[in-house]
Design a protein around this ligand. Structure first.
Ligand SMILES: NC(=O)c1ccc[n+]([C@@H]2O[C@H](COP(=O)([O-])OP(=O)(O)OC[C@H]3O[C@@H](n4cnc5c(N)ncnc54)[C@H](OP(=O)(O)O)[C@@H]3O)[C@@H](O)[C@H]2O)c1
Length: 332
């Protein structure tokens, strides 16, 4: 099969489309013929080995533990492991193979049964590839960390991005009043997701209005704790999803996770670094939300396999500014 592979850590330009051995599903996994693979900035970190700390976290010291890039996918089941009960050959599914799986930017991939769900009936199979990681992250921010409810005031920073565009829609389903933060060309897109207010971060300061939010979901990871805490209500929750930049060892996210833990001590405000998980239950919740018309993946761009490496590089650069309207995917 063809797959996008990199055996040693290095620049994304080292990723190559090569012939790669076909994977075989473990007892608890399914083999799918991949229709599309969702992209997100995490792929860049896994394939470049940056920040260095990820190499000490079991993800491979000199090269990625899984040489095939990607972890989200949708496709058609070709074979099931001996213990699989929920899926059969021919099912159209979406899910995630975890950082220790087979990789998904490939013609075939194996996904654990408990990280998959049947595709929502009302969207195309390729659209479903964009749901797992970003959708579960957004859901867990809103429901588990933010405990968002009726009339909660929620600020989503990076509202046009992969995680952010889901967070806006999901927070609305929980009854929140949502403010989305994005750059100028995406204001209408974020309004269209259901945001009650939008703030253009390239023109306006978030603190200018003097407003406070009960929950801040920060996917962009560019603002200091002082500024973010000043935007929170006294018992508010800051859910830190992203954190670019930072030093070479820990990078922005781990640095911020540590900072959040220290600053939460003795404070009524809760600052949490989100470590999202793709679970069977949350995929089922996303499927229901999509089928009820309350959640829709926005696909910014579809790439062929040959352009996948360039797409990952673009996504990593876009995280700094001018990222996607929703998600980009690789289509087979
Ligand atoms: N913790 C977890 O479990 C977890 C899970 C998934 C993802 N992540 C991380 O979360 C981050 C976001 O992922 P993603 O897929 O949503 O990325 P993305 O699609 O690139 O979105 C990032 C967004 O950040 C916005 N942004 C950039 N600079 C900004 C600034 N100064 N102020 C406000 N917004 C700014 C961009 O907005 P514009 O496009 O409008 O410029 C962009 O839409 C990444 O670091 C990713 O690795 C973490």
């Amino acid at each position: 099969m063809k797959a996008l592979v990199q055996k040693k850590y290095g620049p994304i330009s080292d990723l190559r489309v090569v012939d790669w051995p076909k994977p075989f599903p473990a007892d608890d996994a399914i083999l799918i013929r991949v229709r599309a693979a969702g992209l997100d900035p995490g792929i860049w970190h896994l394939m470049t080995g940056r920040p260095l700390m990820i190499r000490l976290m079991g993800l491979g010291f000199f090269g990625p533990r899984v040489p095939v890039a990607g972890w989200d996918a949708s496709g058609v089941v070709e074979a099931v492991g001996a213990k699989v009960t929920r899926f059969k050959v021919g099912d159209e599914i979406f899910g995630n193979c975890d950082v220790t799986g087979t990789g998904t930017i490939a013609e075939l991939a194996c996904l654990p049964e408990n990280r998959c769900a049947v595709k929502p009936a009302n969207i195309a199979l390729d659209e479903a590839s964009a749901l797992a990681v970003s959708g579960c992250t957004a859901l867990q921010c809103v429901r588990d960390h933010g405990h968002v409810g009726d009339d909660s005031k929620v600020l989503v920073i990076g509202a046009a991005g992969g995680v952010g565009h889901y967070a806006v829609q999901i927070a609305k389903t929980y009854g929140a009043r949502v403010t989305g933060v994005c750059s100028t060309t995406k204001l209408d897109f974020v309004r269209g997701l259901g945001a009650d207010d939008v703030i253009d971060y390239t023109r306006d300061s978030l603190s200018a209005s003097g407003r406070r939010w009960d929950v801040i979901i920060d996917t962009a990871g560019r603002r200091g704790f002082g500024e973010l805490r000043s935007l929170l209500t006294p018992n508010g929750v800051l859910a830190i999803v992203g954190g670019e930049g930072g030093n070479a060892l820990t990078g922005g996210f781990l640095e911020r996770a540590l900072g959040a833990a220290i600053r939460s001590l003795g404070s009524k405000q809760k600052l949490v670094a989100v470590d999202s998980k793709v679970t069977e239950n949350d995929l089922a919740t996303l499927k229901k939300l999509v089928e009820s018309g309350k959640l829709k993946p926005s696909i910014e761009q579809r790439y062929p396999l040959e352009q996948a490496a360039a797409a990952i590089e673009k996504l990593a650069r876009g995280g700094a500014r001018g990222g996607a309207r929703g998600k980009s995917i690789v289509v087979f």
